[in-house]
Design a protein around this ligand. Structure first.
Ligand SMILES: *Cc1c(COP(=O)(O)O)cnc(C)c1O
Length: 382
């Protein structure tokens, strides 16, 4: 019986039912609250460099709008390939790295196959895998959110996944997966015919990248995005670097002309500003150190981060208190990500590194909120 069965029967209509495996799933949401300081979705705090907009406009002025865009996005893929020193045939681009993930999972996961994640990690890896009909099996990170190699081994032994996800730096914990973990995992995947996907949405902020491990003979895919470092979250553009035989399969799965002409132009124009982007990354990494120091001074638990965000757990006298602190920050017009109710992240919040001014606003507001709540607790205990 359906929830609207009664009304349906009365009108002689019956609503089609969604796939049974989707019926109980929830969508993916991140609050879009109107505040002065937005530090909740790990975007760049800086707009693209001056001149970028005009360059894209000039490219678009020459566009033949009545024609389909270049289906293979050849110029964009060539530009990305040159940036990373690989061949254009090893690059696949799509509408945000989320669409790259979806295309990978449509090609290599799907019904009857298993996908491995290591929690807590980026929720969309498991979510999109399930949307493709795959079964998700999860390993557990240690208390400090590092990933023990034995746990990776256990999940590969027990679950036999077709696709194995690593995320480095890991969202939302900031943890960098070391080469000593990634390389042996890749070796095992190669021996056993599994695809290893390393999501590197934040790699520019971290000390190393798995890009150097990409090889025609190895089943490794490294996923990148324009949404964070490249100041282009609005454009929805991401890509992966992978062996050509993987990229060929992805092109079979992607819809024809999936990358529109505006995005191809914007993605190519951005590559001309790589130096400026590098300076911004350096500035954000420096601010990250300052925010970490500020959090430590406030007596807040933090975890080391190789990304443009920091996971932290505010402690008031009686333990972790994430949601109340999140609310207090919103009241002071500062928005961070509330992870406090997510499994394994009790009481935790995640703050994106913003401009120096935004970071000061965040630290100042947090100091007030903690002071307020501490005072209230002392009051209650009297
Ligand atoms: C932000 C983020 C992405 C980016 O997704 P886009 O679709 O490219 O905006 C991908 N992976 C992780 C882990 C992220 O945190």
């Amino acid at each position: 019986m359906s929830r609207t069965g009664g009304a349906g029967a009365a009108t002689g209509r019956r609503r089609p039912e969604v796939r049974a495996d989707l019926a109980l799933m929830e969508g993916y949401h991140s609050a879009q609250v109107d505040v002065a300081v937005r530090l909740n979705t790990n975007e760049s705090p800086f707009p693209p460099p001056a001149g970028f907009g005009a360059e894209v406009a000039a490219l678009l002025a020459e566009t033949a709008w009545h024609r389909y865009p270049d289906r293979s996005a050849a110029a964009l893929r060539q530009g990305i390939a040159e940036l990373h020193g690989v061949s254009a045939a090893q690059v696949f681009a799509a509408n945000g790295s989320n669409e790259v993930l979806q295309t990978l999972l449509l090609a290599y996961a799907g019904a009857g196959r298993t996908v491995a994640t290591f929690e807590p990690t980026y929720a969309l890896h498991a979510h999109i895998a399930r949307l493709t009909g795959a079964t998700v099996r999860s390993g557990e990170r240690a208390e400090d959110f590092t990933l023990p190699p034995e746990e990776v081994g256990r999940v590969l032994d027990d679950e036999g996944p077709a696709v194995v996800f690593l995320c480095s730096p890991n969202n939302p914990t900031g943890t960098v997966e070391p080469m000593e973990l990634v390389a042996p995992t890749l070796g095992r995947c190669a021996a056993e015919g599994r695809l290893l996907v390393v999501d590197e949405a934040y790699a520019q902020f971290s000390p190393w990248s798995a890009l150097d491990l990409v090889d025609e003979e190895l089943p490794l895919v490294v996923v990148r995005t324009y949404s964070k470092t490249w100041s282009m979250a609005a454009a929805r553009l991401g890509y992966c670097v992978a062996p050509t035989w993987v990229v060929d399969e992805l092109h079979k799965v992607a819809l024809p002309y999936h990358l529109d002409v505006v995005k191809q132009a914007a993605g190519l124009a951005a590559l001309g500003h790589a130096d400026e982007m590098g300076r911004r990354v350096a500035a954000i990494v420096e601010e990250r150190g300052r925010v970490l120091d500020g959090l430590l001074e406030l007596g807040v638990r933090t975890w080391p981060s190789g990304a443009n965000f920091v996971l932290f757990r505010p402690e008031v006298p009686e333990g972790a208190e994430g949601h109340g602190v999140w609310q207090g920050l919103v009241e002071r017009s500062v928005l961070v990500r509330d992870c406090s109710s997510w499994p394994r992240l009790e009481g935790c919040l995640r703050v994106t590194i913003g401009t120096a001014t935004e970071n000061d606003a965040f630290l100042g507001a947090l100091a007030e909120v903690l002071e307020d709540r501490g005072a209230r607790r002392r009051e209650e205990r009297r």
